[in-house]
Design a protein around this ligand. Structure first.
Ligand code: GLC
Length: 553
């Protein structure tokens, strides 16, 4: 951050209380007009993020990539993909963000590269047993001719996790592991060359001035020795399971890698941070990723996955504060990201929807959009009162729902293809943002191009129509963020309030009392002045699906 203004003194652990806004660059703002968002687009909209009041942004991958998994398939970790701009565009974006006091976190994808990465191409050209193959997980197949995969693991996106290669002499050869798409071969993290390479990549971005990294699939880098067979329980979500014995998730060996990175980041000034994307069955397990000498934060997916249920919410909040607190880490809170159904739709789903499946025209139990938005506003009003750090996903401040009616022909998520349309996948939360009610592509660019079609209802959600509307979701988010900051809620302490009906979640944090009605019956509002409310306040009554912050009393 040399010479660049920063919101706090160097060394302050800003990430403990920060509100971090996720930018999905493909869908944020598109300056080039090709229908895919880009870094100059991000720079052009930083004032809107300042006005929103976030402390930091996290950018999903913009590094060089064939875009088979929307950039989570990186072919060059130290360059910007031309569809997003150039390294100079990145530097400009970073400088402009810092000038506004906004920190910048970039995505790091260490579990796998793209199959177009020079290392993987070298591996394919080299012989079995070569040092080039040893950077990835190549194995001989089973069966007399090696015609069966080395084990029974399945890809998170569906189908087998192994693909057989053709050797240089044209014969069917070894198999390589890909926990995700075939275009995403897994690195072998037992190989020191891989470790050295990622140290170099971390330094490359740290030297440019980034404030931290969101670490993709941080629970997956190390696989159990011997790569034993494993059959997940049928009801498990795709990323975590609910199992502790998965031979490719959460292996002990990953922690040593993050201890090494922790030390590397500590060499830099300004409190750089690592945030783990680790889908694990419980907060207690996730907390292992944020012990004092490892990462600084981990996403709280247990919170994200909690249904709109007062008892479950109280439990997960208490568990999170206790579990992360026990290792001296802040709790984080998150309701939406680029992998899950947007919470303005998810919270009104009436049927079980495993993570990663998405919703589409044929999904049963489609959410009622009015209920969904009401709950989403109430859920966010609850979340932003909690102590710790919170993540927002672009568009949630506009109240965007999941786009359900994408035509099949428009879908791009590898999940959709690998499951032959059985799972819709994640495109519905990735549709380019509406900035203006009028104009081509609702202000996403000025050509009208859009890599996923935008629905006509986007006009009503556009930022420009919400900006001056006191009742809009955008105004609600701005008020919540301003009050959260002014009252120091991120650094506060939660104190439960008992004695209210079962379906109410209520607590104090510093100067405010938070009351959320998570049930179907109205409840009397406790005394105090309403600071902010997720919905209209009727006299003395808190309606179902409504949260308020009260001051005084
Ligand atoms: C992470 C990303 C997801 C991606 C996957 C494979 O879960 O968030 O979008 O598909 O990793 O890299």
């Amino acid at each position: 951050m040399d010479g660049v203004s920063s919101p706090e003194a160097p060394g302050s652990e800003w990430w403990r209380t920060a509100v971090i806004y996720q930018i999905y660059p493909r869908s944020f703002a598109d300056r080039s007009g090709d229908g895919i968002g880009d870094l100059p687009g991000v720079t052009s909209r930083l004032d809107d993020l300042s006005a929103l009041g976030v402390d930091a942004i996290w950018l999903s991958p913009f590094q060089r990539s064939p875009q088979k998994d929307a950039g989570y398939d990186v072919s060059d970790y130290c360059d910007v993909d031309p569809i997003f701009g150039t390294l100079a565009d990145f530097d400009e974006m970073l400088a402009q963000a810092h000038a506004r006091g906004i920190r910048v976190i970039v995505d790091l994808v260490p579990n796998h590269s793209s199959d177009q990465h020079v290392w993987f191409r070298d591996a394919l050209a080299a012989a079995p047993g070569s040092p080039e193959r040893a950077r990835y997980i190549f194995r001989d197949g089973k069966g007399p001719q090696g015609e069966e995969p080395p084990n029974n693991w399945e890809s998170v996106f569906g189908g087998p996790a192994w693909t057989r290669v053709t050797e240089a002499d044209g014969t069917p050869g070894q198999w390589y592991l890909h926990l995700f798409d075939t275009s995403q071969p897994d690195f072998d993290w037992t190989n020191d060359e891989v470790r050295q390479e990622f140290r170099r990549i971390l330094r490359f971005w740290l030297d440019r001035g980034v404030d931290g990294f969101r670490v993709d699939v941080a629970h997956g880098l190390v696989k159990k020795e011997g790569l034993p067979d494993y059959t997940p329980p049928t009801d498990a979500g795709s990323m975590g399971g609910g199992e502790t014995a998965v031979p490719y998730w959460g292996q002990d060996g990953v922690h040593e890698i993050y201890r090494d990175w922790h030390e590397l980041l500590a060499e830099y000034d300004g409190a750089r941070a690592l945030c783990a994307e680790a889908w694990l069955p419980s907060v207690a397990q996730t907390a292992l990723w944020v012990r004092p000498d490892e990462m600084h934060q981990a996403f709280n997916f247990e919170y994200l996955e909690t249904p709109w249920d007062a008892q479950k919410l109280r439990l997960v909040i208490a568990d999170s504060l206790a579990g992360f607190g026990a290792v001296g880490a802040p709790s984080t809170w998150v309701l939406s990201n680029h992998d899950v159904v947007r919470h303005a739709s998810r919270l009104a789903l009436t049927v079980e929807n495993p993570q990663g499946y998405g919703i589409g025209p044929r999904t049963p139990g489609k959410p009622d959009p009015v209920v969904g938005l009401r709950r989403a506003r109430a859920a966010t009003t609850l979340m932003l009162a909690l102590p710790g750090s919170a993540y927002l996903y672009q568009g949630e401040e506009l109240g965007l729902p999941e786009v359900i009616d994408l035509p099949d022909s428009a879908r791009q998520d590898p999940t959709w293809f690998r499951t032959h349309g059985e799972r819709y996948g994640r495109d519905g939360c990735r549709v380019p943002l509406p900035w203006t009610a009028d104009g081509p592509s609702y202000g996403f660019n000025d050509t009208g191009e859009s890599w996923l079609p935008q629905p006509t209802q986007w006009a009503a959600f556009a930022r420009d129509v919400q900006r001056d509307d006191p009742d809009s979701t955008l105004t609600l988010y701005k008020t919540l963020l301003a009050e959260r900051r002014a009252r120091g809620l991120g650094a506060g302490q939660l104190e439960w309030i008992d004695g209210l009906p079962e379906h109410v979640v209520a607590f104090r944090n510093g100067s405010i009392t938070v009351v959320a009605n998570v049930g179907t019956e109205p409840v009397p509002l406790p005394g105090g002045t309403v600071v902010v409310s997720s919905g209209p306040v009727a006299s003395g009554i808190l309606s179902p699906d409504q949260t308020v912050w009260l001051a005084g009393d």
